[in-house]
Design a protein around this ligand. Structure first.
Ligand SMILES: [Zn+2]
Ligand SMILES: [Zn+2]
Length: 255
């Protein structure tokens, strides 16, 4: 049994109840943080996860809502946590994080060392007897990617931010759970078509789920800046019934 704790479920602009999307995956002795927006230590503490033990982090791309908490997390591990942190990402994010570490002087000895694994040319970038993690390029920004976690006989695919693409999902299949960008409803994207070139709408997702898979869907990355947007997203996914797992910030799921 693995568990996922959602630290945030919003898009770039948080709402009162939802902060930027990030989550923690835990299985046996493995703990992974996937994306790292603001106040990570505080959110991890609220979720009863020891922030000092977050040593493996995946950054799916270099946009602020997925990366800006990294320096805070390194800073919070001063003095108490000498074991190095390993960040799995691609060149644009690695370059920004290295620059930030230099700017904030987080390379001094009281902070944990940070190692980088550039996953750009890799498919499977982590593997042991009970966990395998695969990178799948998506359609969002320079060198952005989603990740597939295979643990025991189960798996999930996290799309990260992406334009909707059946081809990406075909590459990621099969999976038991799909954690997917569900930024807004189709009516929002009709008003803002440019955003749909980088993100997925709830209607695209529900059509795919009905036709191409019997997996469960965990929609995330909600942009709820317009009135009743969350209700509109829910309505577009409602045809999937109990196959939709609608999560709140701080919520933990056993998968
Ligand atoms: Zn985002
Ligand atoms: Zn993004």
């Amino acid at each position: 049994m693995a568990r996922i704790t959602f630290l945030g479920t919003a898009a770039s602009i948080p709402s009162k109840k939802r902060d930027n999307t990030a989550f923690v995956f835990q299985h046996r002795k493995e703990t992974w943080l996937i994306d790292c927006p603001g106040s990570p230590a505080h959110k991890l503490l609220k979720a009863d996860i020891n922030f000092r033990k977050i040593k493996r982090i995946i950054i799916t791309h270099h946009h602020p809502d997925h990366i800006y908490g990294i320096t805070s997390l390194i800073h919070s591990q001063a003095f108490i946590s000498p074991e190095p942190i390993t960040i799995f990402s691609t060149s644009p994010s690695i370059k920004i994080i290295k620059n930030l570490i230099g700017l904030f002087k987080l390379n001094r000895e009281q902070f944990p060392r940070v190692d980088f694994i550039n996953v750009r040319t890799l498919s499977v970038f982590y593997e042991n007897n009970y966990l395998r993690i695969r990178k799948i390029s998506n359609k969002h920004s320079e060198e952005s990617f989603g990740v597939k976690f295979i643990y025991g006989k189960k798996s999930f695919f996290y799309s990260s931010d992406t334009k909707f693409s059946p081809l990406i999902l075909k590459k990621a299949q099969p999976f038991n759970y799909l954690i997917h960008d569900c930024t807004a409803s189709s009516s929002y994207f009709r008003k803002h078509p440019a955003i749909n070139l980088m993100h997925t709408c709830a209607l695209q997702l529900s059509r795919y789920m009905k036709r191409d898979t019997c997996a469960k869907i965990i929609p995330v990355h909600f942009l709820t800046v317009e009135r009743k947007e969350e209700e509109k997203i829910k309505a577009e996914l409602s045809c999937l019934g109990k196959r939709v797992i609608w999560v709140k910030d701080g919520q933990r799921l056993k998968l």
